[in-house]
Design a protein around this ligand. Sequence first.
Ligand code: BTN
Length: 326
Amino acid sequence: MTPLQYTLLQLLADGRFHSGEQMACHAGVTRAAVWKALQGLRAYGIDMHAVSGRGYSLVNGFELLDTNAIVGAMSSATRSALHSLTLLPTVDSTNAWLMRQGEEGGTTACVAEHQTAGRGRRGRRWCSPFGSNLYLSLRCRFDEGMGRLAGLSLAVAIAVVRTLHEMDVKGVGVKWPNDIYWQERKLGGILLEIAGESAGPCSVVVGIGLNVAMPRMEGEMIDQPWTDLASIRPGLSRNQLAGRMLHHLLEVMAEFKCHGLALFEQEWREVDWLYGKPLRLLQPDGEVNGIGRGIAPDGSLLVEVSGKLQRHTFGEVSVRLQDASA
Ligand code: BTN
């Protein structure tokens, strides 16, 4: 998205009609440039009414992300724990962007309206159309060592669940280690990446992607069952969601640093999507079938195979339900 397109969108986000002349004057460009920029917005799935004598308005209204609204949804304690929040109209990936930033001397976050190369786990692409979903990353120092990162990724899933529960989204499950599910469909995902040195103290970038209102065309390209919040609990504000997500994320990070995964065991049990289900575990050396039996204290997956409990660590296996493609 060009800076001009983003400027016009900010103007149109009030849902009213704006004339070509008014927009040209506001942006300091010609009417022809405005017209061309508006045409280009269609490529982002943004449609406009054009009415002669009145000008242009957005067909479905639009809530653009807004840093003041996001920060305003946090508590004063979590707000002061955050060094900076950057809003990017478009970026390759919010995780990659934070990874490129140096240590700013504190916990930093960024949100984006659009990702051109959104990253999923296992090198997959994360579908990231403009203005539709939540793409949020947090970078913070992590002195506890890499060995604890697997447990951290489960705790982050609990932060997402807390946010969704607070927004009255019921029936959310977590597929180990950190896929967010709703009724057998993926609603969101989490990607942890290490910035800088991997040995000893490091910086960790926590990326959260949540489908809020996935455009139909983009959704058709996703190769697994998915859902979005618009289908479960319509009308949620992305700014409120981003602010509360950051709030819970910062709280969970602090809790995890003090108490480790043990603090989240009960909450995990309540949302464990794999518990008691017949599973297929895909490993480089073959496939194992078993029943999900929760998690071990270090966050590894417990699976009952022929009456015996096996532990499977993060990154080593890919888990599927025996009777589904998820
Ligand atoms: C998964 O595969 O389930 C993890 C998806 C993580 C997507 C989020 S969107 C914000 C952040 N930036 C990225 O490029 N990826 C994560």
